[in-house]
Write a protein that binds this ligand. Sequence first.
Ligand SMILES: *[C@@H]1O[C@H](CO)[C@@H](O)[C@H](O)[C@H]1NC(C)=O
Ligand SMILES: *[C@@H]1O[C@H](CO)[C@@H](O)[C@H](O)[C@H]1NC(C)=O
Ligand SMILES: *[C@@H]1O[C@H](CO)[C@@H](O)[C@H](O)[C@H]1NC(C)=O
Ligand SMILES: *[C@@H]1O[C@H](CO)[C@@H](O)[C@H](O)[C@H]1NC(C)=O
Ligand SMILES: *[C@@H]1O[C@H](CO)[C@@H](O)[C@H](O)[C@H]1NC(C)=O
Ligand SMILES: *[C@@H]1O[C@H](CO)[C@@H](O)[C@H](O)[C@H]1NC(C)=O
Ligand SMILES: *[C@@H]1O[C@H](CO)[C@@H](O)[C@H](O)[C@H]1NC(C)=O
Ligand SMILES: *[C@@H]1O[C@H](CO)[C@@H](O)[C@H](O)[C@H]1NC(C)=O
Ligand SMILES: *[C@@H]1O[C@H](CO)[C@@H](O)[C@H](O)[C@H]1NC(C)=O
Ligand SMILES: *[C@@H]1O[C@H](CO)[C@@H](O)[C@H](O)[C@H]1NC(C)=O
Ligand SMILES: *[C@@H]1O[C@H](CO)[C@@H](O)[C@H](O)[C@H]1NC(C)=O
Ligand SMILES: *[C@@H]1O[C@H](CO)[C@@H](O)[C@H](O)[C@H]1NC(C)=O
Length: 753
Amino acid sequence: MGFPQIQFLNLLAILIIIASSPSSLSATPPNFPIAKPKCTDRCGNLSIPYPFGTTPECYHNYSFFVTCNQTFNPPKPFLWNSSLEITDISRDGQLRILQFIAHDCYSRNGTRVSSNRPWLYFPSSLTVNSTANKFTIIGCDTYGFIYGRRLNRNYSTGCTARCEAKDDLIEGSCTGLGCCQASIPKQVWRMELSLGSYRNYSDVWSFDNCSHAFLVEESAFRFSSENLTNLGNVEKLPMVVDWAIGNGTCEEAKRNASSYACKSVNSKCYKPDNGYGYRCSCLAGYQGNPYLIDGCQDINECEDPHLNICEKRCVNTIGSFHCVCPKGYHGDGEKDGRGCIRGQSLALKFAAGISSGIIVLLLIAAWLRVELKRRRKIKTRQKFFLQNGGVLLQEKITKRAKSSYAATTIFSELQLQKATNNFHKDMIIGQGGFGTVYKGFLSDNRIVAIKKSKKVNTDQVEQFINEVIILSQINHRNIVKLLGCCLETKVPLLVYEFISNGTLFEHIHDETKAHFLSWEMRLKIAAETANVLAYLHSAASTPIIHRDVKSANILLDDNLIAKVSDFGDSRLVPLDQTQLSTMVHGTSGYLDPEYMQTNKLTAKSDVYSFGVVLVELLTGKTALSFARPEEDRNLANLFLSVMKQERLFEILEDNVVKEGNNEQLMKVAMVAKSCLYVKGDDRPSMKEVAMELEGLILGEKHTWIQTGHSGEDKQSMLEAGFSGSINVGEGNSASIGFDSVEDHIMLPEDRGR
Ligand SMILES: *[C@@H]1O[C@H](CO)[C@@H](O)[C@H](O)[C@H]1NC(C)=O
Ligand SMILES: *[C@@H]1O[C@H](CO)[C@@H](O)[C@H](O)[C@H]1NC(C)=O
Ligand SMILES: *[C@@H]1O[C@H](CO)[C@@H](O)[C@H](O)[C@H]1NC(C)=O
Ligand SMILES: *[C@@H]1O[C@H](CO)[C@@H](O)[C@H](O)[C@H]1NC(C)=O
Ligand SMILES: *[C@@H]1O[C@H](CO)[C@@H](O)[C@H](O)[C@H]1NC(C)=O
Ligand SMILES: *[C@@H]1O[C@H](CO)[C@@H](O)[C@H](O)[C@H]1NC(C)=O
Ligand SMILES: *[C@@H]1O[C@H](CO)[C@@H](O)[C@H](O)[C@H]1NC(C)=O
Ligand SMILES: *[C@@H]1O[C@H](CO)[C@@H](O)[C@H](O)[C@H]1NC(C)=O
Ligand SMILES: *[C@@H]1O[C@H](CO)[C@@H](O)[C@H](O)[C@H]1NC(C)=O
Ligand SMILES: *[C@@H]1O[C@H](CO)[C@@H](O)[C@H](O)[C@H]1NC(C)=O
Ligand SMILES: *[C@@H]1O[C@H](CO)[C@@H](O)[C@H](O)[C@H]1NC(C)=O
Ligand SMILES: *[C@@H]1O[C@H](CO)[C@@H](O)[C@H](O)[C@H]1NC(C)=O
């Protein structure tokens, strides 16, 4: 086993790097760069730190674009291409700009003579600072509003300022008499100011003929009675804007190293007060611009007496400092330098020698313990790998690798632990009888769903492997793709592609989502599901029966394309057999009544379950509900009795009735009804169902019998989808263990073709 040796070499390399790094970095730079190399870091007397910049190469994103207008002397900086002048940029995430004031003025006879409604619209990354700014109104017959957007919704607030005579006003107090103020919430990124008057200034015109409104940095404005008149000449006032990078969290940002903004090694990411986006800061002991590579540089604490507390001699180190005792003193090198004792006793030296020796021994012992534990763990992993059929799988994969494009990856336990943050409970996206599903982020940025199944017992291993291989090779756009598995754990882990938009069950039964699931979409999803089940049933080599078709096992991606998932209960049916004896598996409400009685599994059981899903889509009702009267608990029964009484349109979902045309709805209901026939033989095949549904989408007339001409291209499509893939067992007849009767199920020798 070469592994520990490699580890040791790594450790050595790290030690060497650690040992050598201080000398290469220790020189303190004369000044810290704040902008990218070759970028202007100044406009007039405003300094412009990156992520802000004056050209596309120099700023992080258009939100941080600063225009420096050289026609002014000194030059004036503006935000983007706007007329909002910037007066300050702080690296802690604030920005001070001059923002326009709203005015509203009246003439003696009560007509409005001038008025404006300034507005401001921030791109992502910038928001109005909620603690430093106040919405302020000045006037004696005035109300005003600030309208805006917050997150993705409208937001507004306002206040009223009145007075009857000039001596109502109170200097420095903004409490409604001639001046009022309102706080604004966090995360506002768009605002518009508006003003109005109650009595057209007719009562107060003699001393006040205008009102004013503005968002202002609270500390920069103190109300004075003169402001009733002198504000007319003021165009802009300062306000504080928060800036941050992006709109995601630190964790989200760290996932993409190339766009992660905290570029400096000695920087950290933190969440701003308003919880929007992220910001970077230098670690303690460093200062500079964390957004630049090498931006955070060591502080020489020893040069600044405020930063160190050494009594005697101070030595700067990277990121910190320590105090040492001068020559002839000894002590433990504490930060405050106290405890430096004159002279060195021999006894002390001796004691120090012995104690450091003991420490070294203890360290070695601890390392040995950890190493032994690690080896033991590797052994267990290998044991599980073998027990879970790893060798068999590897053999099959290498055999197949030459002939097939589809790759089953065997993931290591470590890889998947990393991807799921050690199977953290926050990463759980699904739980049920089958086990637990986690969301995971692989190191190559792929997002996956990882299924931790319930315990598989040893004689089912081979069957498990066969399923893994077969599923990993099915390459159909309507089936959730299996990317690989991990066999090093007690229970095998399966790794699937991650489907983002939840299950069909949620989309049907969640009220808001159901509202957006149009009839057209429902029919499309039904047709896609039918089509993929038909594909599985009539697949060229080994037909597959899903066994657990239900809306919760149909996932939807962002474009609402159906992806059938959860083949945990699925079974392969050798070509020479049309039925299997198994223990009854499935979900109540969807279970084929015939299968329940006979234990004989055929493809028609999937047809029945699909029929239930179809009824779910039509009615928006759950397959089983104890809220319904006893005879109607089972949706299939309810549906059949309603069909019998020709009251179909009473139980259809409201939207479905609105959007679908009656003839088409009736036909789909007939399809559902035929799927729900008690005798499996009476039910249509999945292929017939798929063709009927597709026909209905295309508006064609189809009947069950008339499958001839249009069946041809369907057949070729099915075969094309499956070509060049499955050939399990190659020559040696591999038996796959099924629930009860194993001798039933021998894979025929030439499944290939
Ligand atoms: C900016 O520059 C002007 C003139 O050069 C100077 O009067 C003013 O004090 C400076 N402001 C700051 C904040 O440095
Ligand atoms: C600079 O400011 C002047 C005066 O406001 C304006 O006319 C000009 O267009 C500005 N230049 C730029 C590049 O924005
Ligand atoms: C600023 O640029 C944006 C597009 O980048 C444009 O929509 C807008 O009209 C420009 N504003 C001015 C004042 O030029
Ligand atoms: C409002 O009053 C000020 C002085 O009190 C005067 O200069 C201004 O012209 C008046 N505005 C209007 C619209 O009457
Ligand atoms: C009110 O005054 C404005 C200007 O001061 C004038 O244009 C307008 O005709 C007047 N309206 C009435 C009804 O007197
Ligand atoms: C939000 O505000 C905008 C303009 O301010 C308006 O057009 C829109 O109708 C408002 N939306 C709602 C839901 O009130
Ligand atoms: C204010 O002026 C508007 C038109 O300018 C008029 O319709 C309204 O009656 C006036 N209100 C009062 C209280 O004078
Ligand atoms: C309000 O009035 C006072 C007193 O005249 C003045 O110093 C101050 O600048 C005014 N405020 C604004 C925002 O103009
Ligand atoms: C700026 O960044 C935000 C979020 O990070 C993004 O939505 C926007 O598209 C970016 N703008 C440009 C011009 O790249
Ligand atoms: C971040 O911005 C992108 C595009 O601008 C948007 O699609 C996404 O929903 C935003 N995320 C959050 C959490 O606001
Ligand atoms: C990572 O960020 C870069 C640059 O913004 C972008 O081109 C790339 O698509 C991102 N990758 C992922 C996986 O989001
Ligand atoms: C608003 O700005 C102040 C500094 O002026 C800052 O301390 C505070 O965190 C900011 N508020 C928010 C919500 O970001």
